[in-house]
Design a protein around this ligand. Structure first.
Ligand code: PGA
Length: 259
């Protein structure tokens, strides 16, 4: 069985000090670290300190960044490159997050360039997709998910799939407290798995697909029961080490039982 993935997306939260307090506490919990993939996507400023902590404590926590520039270097004020991230042993990079798409106008063309760079530089890609409420209400969810996925699938070989975690996050459920229902999550996950497995003619079990959108300790149990969900991408609730630990324990237990 693949280990459940519990990815924290801290967004623009946590100073270096707060990041270290979190990881020190996380490290001292009795979580089943061997059977979980814990990923922390922290702000750039915290990456160095978190990496030092992970190395010195032999922690199995994997480190992620929340953005990258698609060029290797250049006059791009405020941007960050692959080699700068590599220095901190970053394993994962989030691309296509709905906040980047909507607040920073990242379109499919730019997202694909970034995704390509991530994979070329041998990072793992956390590739986010999801529909808005309007699109869902207009019955366009399937078309939107297919469109966003196809942009990526068209530029990769199937041997890259092992380096990709797909993240389904309905835009209307991210940061709103409104989680998608069991059926909405299940249906979307079945669909995403089918699109990818049909595209490459592979078994859908090979795909890592997590759900993101107001995951909390109160809904983690129900969402973990969905076989097509390999884990979570958690924003708000991942800022609190107790909530993050609780959610990780819940998914670990549920997936062990449902194996
Ligand atoms: P949220 O964020 O848990 O705060 O809704 C989810 C995400 O960023 O994917």
């Amino acid at each position: 069985m693949k280990k459940p993935i519990v990815a924290a997306n801290w967004k623009m939260y946590k100073t270096i000090k707060e990041s270290l307090t979190f990881i020190e506490k996380l490290n001292s919990t009795n979580l089943d670290f061997d059977n979980l993939r814990l990923i922390i996507c922290a702000p750039f400023t915290s990456l160095n300190s978190l990496n030092n902590f992970i190395q010195s404590s032999n922690s199995s926590v994997e480190l992620g960044a929340q953005n990258i520039h698609h060029e290797s270097e250049g006059a791009y004020t405020g941007e960050i490159s692959a080699s700068m991230l590599s220095e901190h042993n970053i394993q994962h990079i989030i691309v296509g997050h709905s906040e980047r798409r909507t607040l920073f106008n990242e379109d499919d063309e730019l997202i694909v360039k970034k995704a390509k760079k991530v994979l070329e530089e041998n990072f793992n890609l956390i590739f986010c997709i999801g529909e808005t409420l309007e699109q869902r209400e207009e019955g366009k969810t399937e078309k939107i998910l297919e469109g966003e996925l196809n942009c990526l699938l068209a530029i990769i070989n199937k041997d890259k799939l092992g380096k990709i975690i797909f993240a389904y996050g309905p835009v209307w459920a991210i940061g709103t407290g409104l989680s998608a229902s069991f059926d909405q999550v299940k249906d979307a996950h079945i669909l995403v798995r089918k699109i990818i497995s049909d595209y490459f003619n592979i078994s859908s079990d090979q795909i890592d697909l997590v759900y993101g959108g107001s995951v909390k300790s109160t809904n983690a149990n129900e969402l973990s029961q969905i076989n097509e969900v390999s884990g979570f991408l958690i924003g708000g609730a991942s800022l609190d080490v107790e909530h993050y630990t609780k959610i990780s324990k819940i998914i670990n237990e549920v997936k062990k039982i449902n194996v």
